[in-house]
Design a protein. Structure first.
Length: 188
C-alpha cells in the first residue's frame, strides 16, 4: 500500500473517531458478506461499521487520543463508529452478536470513557434515549382525568370571580366526582 494511501486511511479513521460519540471494537472472523450487510442495516444510518486494518487503526486511535483499543487490535477487526443514539446502536450490535456467535465484541468507548466487552453489553441493555423520551411523552400526554377536572374546576371558579375559594371547593367537588368519573373512564 502506498504511503499516501495509508496516510489517507489513517486520517479517515481519525475523523471517524472524532465525529463519533461512541465506538465498539469487534472481531468478525467467519461472518459472510450478507451477514455484515444485515448488521450494517440493523445498526442504522447513524452508525458506520467499518472493517479496518489493525496497524492503521492503532495509529489513528493514538492520534485521536483513544486508548480503549490498546492491545486488542489483532485478527479481523471492524469498528462500529456511532454518531446517533449510542445505546440503540450498541443494543443492535450486541443483539446481533448474541444471534451470530462469530461476531465478538472486544471493547468500546463512550464519550471518551473506555469500556470492556462486558460493559459494552451492559451499555447496550440500557433503555435508549428515544424510548425514554417516548415513555416520558406518553406520561405527559396522558394526564389523569382527576387532574384535568381539578384544573377545569379552578378555571370555572376564577371566571365566576370566586378565585379565593376555588381550590377548597374544587378539591371537595373532585373528591365527590373522582370515583364515578374514573370508573366511567376505565369502562371506555
Amino acid at each position: 500500500m502506498a504511503t499516501q494511501i495509508k496516510i489517507s486511511a489513517v486520517q479517515e479513521i481519525i475523523n471517524d473517531f472524532k465525529e463519533s460519540s461512541a465506538a465498539v471494537l469487534t472481531e468478525y472472523r467467519g461472518l459472510s458478506v450478507a451477514q455484515l450487510q444485515e448488521l450494517r442495516r440493523a445498526l442504522g444510518a447513524d452508525t458506520k461499521f467499518s472493517v479496518v486494518k489493525n496497524t492503521l487503526t492503532g495509529i489513528a486511535a493514538k492520534e485521536a487520543g483513544i486508548d480503549s483499543f490498546d492491545g486488542q487490535l489483532a485478527g479481523p477487526t471492524a469498528i462500529a463508529f456511532i454518531k446517533g443514539d449510542a445505546v440503540a446502536a450498541t443494543k443492535s450490535l450486541t443483539d446481533f452478536a448474541k444471534s451470530n456467535e462469530k461476531l465478538i465484541v472486544k471493547s468500546g468507548y463512550f464519550e471518551g470513557a473506555s469500556m470492556d466487552a462486558a460493559q459494552v453489553v451492559a451499555f447496550g441493555a440500557l433503555e435508549s434515549r428515544e424510548h425514554q423520551l417516548a415513555r416520558i411523552a406518553g406520561v405527559l400526554q396522558a394526564p389523569t382525568s382527576a387532574a384535568v377536572r381539578t384544573i377545569d374546576a379552578l378555571r370555572a371558579k376564577r371566571e365566576e370571580g370566586g378565585a379565593a375559594s376555588a381550590p377548597a371547593e374544587a378539591s371537595a367537588a373532585e373528591a365527590e366526582e373522582a370515583p364515578a368519573a374514573d370508573a366511567a373512564t376505565e369502562e371506555a
